[in-house]
Write a protein that binds this ligand. Structure first.
Ligand SMILES: NC(=O)c1ccc[n+]([C@@H]2O[C@H](COP(=O)([O-])OP(=O)(O)OC[C@H]3O[C@@H](n4cnc5c(N)ncnc54)[C@H](OP(=O)(O)O)[C@@H]3O)[C@@H](O)[C@H]2O)c1
Length: 340
């Protein structure tokens, strides 16, 4: 059993890490850390737990540490980071320098050329970059990043479409859940009975990260926040190089499997992409737990002319869009012998 450590464990993504790692066959949480507001008390006393299941017993009585790279025990193999990016920018390189493997949700360093930005079914071989990263930076450890939540969810259906038909341009409009903004992200007075048509920095992240993951593609994104608790919906228009028939496209998406499925990794869903044929699906409340939150659900596929397809995709933002994708990445690192 490998010992892992969660930074930002009291936040919304951190809580998901704690929940999803409970009972994990390969990893055990050895420690948790958060800001000075939470540190120094037991996890059960400091966290404002908001998830569906109770706080796992094995974590409830752990003391919450302050975030301090020099205090993380050497026995820890993987550090999962759910810190705000400004904090992560200070802490994560220090951890990699000290020899830890860092799997991070924070947006800093995502676009650095030697930093893998991983959706395990889509671009697993980008993990090869860690060798160059270690050499270039002189680190014993390394940093792997998870893409932005909306990027992660959209990359899954785009991958088989790109492989089969070629993709030249993607236009996407997102309808993002409030938990995507973190614990104190969106005031209730701003979001109840409302749609907020702007999320700072989000459009640029999607437009920059998708080409890093998928290769050359022109992406245009409009991002909005909607009064949904969990589950990001995205409306995508995709220009393909070759003609795509709807019936065949459904098969291409439904039959898509990646390396995590081939290897039978513990967090891999059987079907990374589930296609719903009903006219009123996907819906956040009905579909976000598909594949234990690790599958994305595609629906409303429509064709315009020979070369344009439209579909909606929904994914659980703190599971596939954050902690679950990071845990799946860690499983791949372990399986490929990249974790000591
Ligand atoms: N929410 C999502 O769906 C989502 C999806 C993808 C990526 N992300 C990224 O994941 C990271 C965490 O997001 P989140 O939604 O979980 O945020 P959050 O709910 O605000 O949680 C932030 C965590 O970081 C800790 N923290 C805050 N300021 C700190 C400081 N100065 N020093 C040390 N620790 C500090 C907090 O501790 P306290 O509780 O003590 O304040 C908390 O544990 C962010 O980088 C975010 O952009 C989030």
């Amino acid at each position: 059993m490998l010992e892992v450590y969660v930074l930002g464990a009291t936040g919304l993504v951190g809580q998901r890490f704690v929940q999803l790692l409970s009972g994990h066959p390969w990893m055990r949480i050895a420690g948790v850390a958060a800001s000075h507001r939470s540190a120094g008390r037991k996890y059960r006393d400091s966290v404002r737990w908001v998830l569906e299941s109770p706080i796992p017993d094995e974590v409830a009585d752990l003391n919450v540490d302050p975030v301090d790279p020099s205090a993380i025990p050497e026995e820890v193999s993987i550090v999962f980071s759910a810190l705000p990016s400004q904090v992560a920018a200070q802490v994560e390189p220090e951890l990699a320098k000290r020899g830890f493997v860092v799997v991070s949700n924070a947006s800093n360093m995502r676009m650095d050329g030697d930093v893998p930005l991983i959706v395990p079914e889509v671009n697993p071989r980008s993990l090869d970059l860690v060798k160059a990263q270690r050499e270039a930076r002189g680190w014993d450890g390394f940093i792997v990043k998870k893409p932005n939540c909306s990027t992660t969810i959209l990359a899954l259906p785009l991958k088989p479409i790109m492989d089969r038909y070629g993709v030249s341009q993607v236009s996407v409009v997102t309808l993002q859940a409030v938990t995507g903004a973190g614990f104190s992200g969106v005031p209730s007075v701003a979001i109840i009975d409302n749609v907020v048509p702007y999320i700072a920095g989000e459009e640029e992240k999607i437009e920059g990260e998708l080409p890093k993951i998928l290769g050359h593609v022109d992406v245009r994104a409009t991002t909005t926040r909607v009064p949904v608790l969990d589950g990001h919906m995205e409306v995508a228009y995709v220009e393909t190089a070759h003609e795509a028939e709807v019936e065949e496209l459904v098969k291409v998406l439904s039959s898509f499997r990646g390396v995590p499925q081939e290897l039978g990794l513990p967090t891999a869903p059987r079907d990374p992409i589930v296609v719903r044929q009903e006219v009123d699906r996907p819906q956040p409340r009905l579909d976000r737990w598909e594949g234990r939150g690790m599958s994305v659900v595609v629906g409303r596929i429509r064709r315009y002319g020979d070369r344009t397809i439209r579909f909606l995709v929904l994914g659980h933002n703190t599971v596939r869009g954050a902690a679950g994708n990071s845990i799946l990445t860690a499983e791949l690192l372990i399986k490929w012998g990249l974790v000591a």
